[in-house]
Ligand binder design. Structure first.
Ligand code: SAH
Length: 359
């Protein structure tokens, strides 16, 4: 944890007692403050000195969209101007936060909006875990109970940062979210899967399968050329924890009865749960989502073959809550007008303006 090292060094450099470092770290994650001035458990002189030398970094909320179904989407502006997204999805007592691990993405899956913008850069551990921190800072009662790496980017192509971010999310000295409530979603990056498998915690793994044969997968996911379906399945077997297959339903591409039968075989082989995702149309203007009846039939066909299948309810359809779509939308509008115009356009779409970080 870079922040830990830097705070510990700062505390030591000033000859302050070591418990001070622990006290400061608590204010980063456990009971976070937006600025040291708010950390009233610290002496005033120390707060002033910290604010002028060790100011707390922030992700600035550029746009916050609230969907009619309660889903909330954040577009965060990073220090270098890059933008990333998080989506908070409340469901009963559960609040799942979908976070980003990279700005953009290199994988170019044909149905994904982030893929179309290409790769920009890896996020730092702070920028990954900071997506949760900012939400807790704004509204502590919104603290996510679950975190999924299903926002922008491929987490296992940024293992160095994701490894550290997982510790911050899970540790009692960090955000304290149970490992079983944290899911890493991947297209199947083999070295990253091996690294994740080495971690002793029970983090969950979801694999974006999306097709039951290598040939079909190749048509929608270029990564198939590098890490083919069979190799990904073997790596998932070696994971030795129950995995989830994600399967986005695209009409005429992967939604035939024969596809369900092949998928059922693969799922049974691994004891995997299948999570069926309705295709979010915003990510793929040239593709047609399978209709509701078709999705139901597909799911039933899996279940009839002994496979546990869930259908993800499409959330936040009115706010483009699929991967990468908000950034694409904001940038399209900015390109065709001024930033103010873009914000006006977004506002007229029922959005809230973003509130800047509290520093
Ligand atoms: N790169 C990782 C995580 C990010 S995407 C991965 O691929 O798993 C999270 C999930 O959303 C993936 O399963 C991805 O395939 C899916 N997804 C992307 N675009 C989508 C769209 N337009 N509609 C439905 N699901 C989509």
């Amino acid at each position: 944890m870079q922040a830990r090292a830097s705070l510990e060094a700062w505390v030591a450099g000033r000859g302050l007692p070591r418990y001070r470092a622990e006290q400061l770290l608590r204010r980063l994650w456990v009971s976070p403050v937006g600025s040291w001035a708010e950390a009233t458990d610290l002496p005033a002189s120390l707060r002033t000195e910290l604010d002028s030398t060790q100011s707390l970094p922030h992700l600035h909320a550029d746009v916050v969209q609230q969907s009619a179904d309660g889903t909330r989407k954040y577009l965060w502006r990073l220090a270098d101007g890059e933008a990333i997204e998080s989506v908070l999805i409340p469901s009963g007592a559960r609040r799942t936060l979908c976070i980003s691990s990279q700005a953009g993405c290199a994988l170019r899956c044909v149905f994904c909006a982030t893929g179309r913008m290409g790769y920009r850069r890896n996020l730092t551990p702070f920028e990954i875990a900071g997506q949760v921190r900012e939400i807790v800072l704004r509204t502590p009662e919104d603290k996510p109970t679950n975190v999924v790496f299903m926002g922008m980017g491929e987490p296992l192509l940024n293992w160095g940062s994701v490894d550290v971010a997982l510790s911050i999310l899970n540790s009692p000295e960090g955000l304290g979210i149970g490992a079983r409530h944290i899911t890493v979603s991947t297209v199947g990056i083999l070295p990253g899967m091996a690294e994740l498998a080495r971690r002793p915690e029970q983090f969950r793994l979801a694999i974006s399968l999306h097709a039951p044969t290598a040939a079909q997968r190749l048509g929608i996911m270029p990564i198939e050329k590098k890490y083919d379906l069979e190799a990904v399945l073997r790596a998932a077997e070696a994971f030795r924890k129950r995995v989830t297959f994600e399967y986005v339903m695209i009409a005429g591409v992967n939604d035939a009865d024969a596809d369900a039968d092949r998928l059922a075989k693969l799922a049974r082989r691994l004891g995997a749960l299948v999570n069926i995702l309705p295709l979010h149309p915003g990510g793929a203007p040239d593709l047609t989502p399978t209709d509701v009846g078709g999705i139901r039939r597909f799911a039933d066909r899996l279940r009839n073959q002994g496979v546990e299948a869930t259908v993800r309810r499409s959330r936040g359809l009115d706010i483009n809550a699929a991967c990468g779509q908000l950034r694409v939308e904001v940038e399209k509008k900015r390109a065709s007008g001024t930033a103010t115009k873009a914000r006006d356009a977004l506002l007229s779409g029922g959005l809230e303006p973003g509130r800047d970080g509290v520093d």
